[in-house]
Design a binder for this molecule. Structure first.
Ligand code: SF4
Length: 484
């Protein structure tokens, strides 16, 4: 995509009035002085040169205020707005290209018609005086939040959970989005909301039904805690999320990120919502080399994010996450179209590809597993997994870690005979499959096994299912893929 950069000057006189001008070439529309800049040029130097040329004006200060962009079929045009205070000395303006100019109050601006490009600034122009009066830190805060919110307002993705603003929908989507891509979540979210339109419906549901709807999303403990949390909300808070951070943190499955996201988006509470996307954006924005996997670094980012919160926390938090998800992405950040590139330290130093720093932690352990597809008269044996550990309480097929000292299939045969009490008539290796969890990978060898009787041991709980009956069970993807 071709990118054009334009720098725009908002000149303010000592009475707080803003300079506007119009030229015949602008078809009678008002504008602020502006000029095109090349990639290698300094924005401030170029703007000052332009003001000298078109107004015969020497300016000292130029405060970076705001960034926005327009996109059409051919170009992305980025506007970089600077505020230039004229100070108390009277300066003589001698326009060379404008036919008419005025200094007017901010309130009167809406009575004038501007060139569409410079009109972008009007919704936030009332913040100019606050900006000038602010400290350096607060100016950064205003520039950052104004540029980010403006961008989010135009660029946000249309997602089903953004259609409503109630705490239940936000919470549900946030839990589903943990470790899962947006595209995957959309259909699951719609199905969930359709089946459980309120927290009362979810609280009253059978866990198996919740797990069935969750089937394929992975990390099933999330679904179980979702249901427990719904029950708590109904029992203790009449189905409402309490507007109290400490109380929300005590609910099952809710950590600082989810609590911050739900309370800030639903109730506009002054809380940060720092997920992996936000950690990455902050690490680049402040060129921070610390390990974002460390708890203390996360805490510092949460404090920083809280300091930067504007009044509109609801959209600011979503905008930050959106920036990380769509633009400041892990591998190829799109700095050219980023709304905060002018104040991003990593971008300025060209270090964005080196950040964030994340030390490698637990290695993903490969396990050699043997899985039994046990058949009796076209009925497949499935078993309920233990209440603790990986895929707890879910249905699956008998599976064991292979003893490397035994020949293939033998560990499995012993498990089926000793634990399940099955009498095996035949066993045949039928394929392999792999499933990657966060900390381990199952490298599975499958065995088709025929047994003499349809036994039901005391432990584990088993069922013998036809193909049709299998449909009603919430099989995690690790097992479901074995049947495809
Ligand atoms: S300029 Fe680049 S690195 Fe900086 S926040 Fe934007 S996308 Fe990320």
């Amino acid at each position: 995509m071709k990118i054009k950069n334009i720098v725009v000057g908002i000149i303010i006189n000592e009475r707080g009035q803003i300079f506007i001008a119009k030229a015949k070439s602008g078809e009678g529309l008002w504008e602020f002085p502006s000029c095109l800049i090349e990639e290698h040029e300094s924005k401030i130097v170029t703007l000052k040169k332009e003001l000298k040329k078109v107004l015969n004006l020497d300016m000292d200060d130029a405060l970076y205020f705001f960034q926005s962009h327009y996109q059409d079929d051919d170009y992305m045009t980025k506007y970089h707005f600077y505020i230039l205070p004229l100070g108390t000395s009277t300066r003589e303006i001698q326009p060379t290209v404008y036919d008419e100019y005025q200094f007017i109050t901010i309130k009167k601006l809406e009575q004038y018609t501007f060139l569409p490009e410079t009109e972008i600034i009007l919704p936030i122009i009332d913040k100019i005086h606050t900006f000038i009066a602010s400290s350096h830190v607060n100016r950064f805060k205003l520039t950052f939040s104004n540029s980010l919110l403006f961008w989010y307002n135009k660029e946000q993705r249309q997602l089903p959970w953004r259609e409503k603003r109630d705490a239940y929908s936000i919470w549900l989507s946030e839990v589903m989005l943990q470790q899962t891509q947006v595209d995957t979540v959309i259909d699951y979210y719609k199905a969930f909301i359709n089946r459980f339109p309120s927290v009362f419906d979810l609280a009253a549901a059978e866990e198996d039904e919740v797990l069935k709807l969750w089937e394929g999303l992975g990390y099933y403990s999330r679904a179980k805690r979702l249901k427990l949390c719904a029950m708590d909300l109904v029992d203790k808070y009449n189905g409402e999320f309490p507007k109290d951070y400490a109380k929300v943190l005590k609910l099952p499955g809710i950590g600082p990120y989810t609590a911050g996201a739900v309370l800030s988006i639903a109730y506009n509470m002054a809380l940060p919502a720092v997920d992996g996307n936000v950690l990455r954006v902050f690490s680049r924005l402040f060129n921070d080399d610390r390990d974002i996997g460390e708890q203390k670094v996360r805490k510092l980012v949460e404090e920083k994010a809280k300091e930067l919160l504007p009044e509109d926390r609801r959209h600011f938090n979503q905008a930050l996450m959106e920036l990380g998800a769509t633009t400041c992405t892990p591998k190829n950040p799109e700095c050219e179209i980023c709304p905060v590139s002018d104040i991003c330290e990593a971008k300025t130093l060209n270090r964005q590809h080196l950040l964030p720093i994340k030390a490698k932690r637990v290695k993903n352990k490969k396990l050699s597993m043997e899985v039994a597809l046990v058949w009796y008269n076209e009925h497949l044996l499935i078993m309920k997994r233990p209440t603790e550990g990986l895929l707890a309480n879910l249905w699956g097929m008998p599976i064991v870690e292979r003893d490397p000292n035994k020949e293939a299939g033998l560990t499995l045969i012993e498990e089926l005979e000793d634990t399940y009490g099955l009498e095996i008539l035949s066993i045949q290796q039928s394929g392999t499959a792999k499933h990657v969890f966060s900390h381990r990978t199952w490298e599975m060898t499958l065995f088709d096994i025929k047994v003499k009787e349809q036994l039901e041991p005391e432990y584990p709980v088993v069922n013998w299912c036809t193909d049709e009956e299998l449909e009603s069970y919430a099989l995690p993807t690790a097992f479901k893929k074995l049947l495809d």
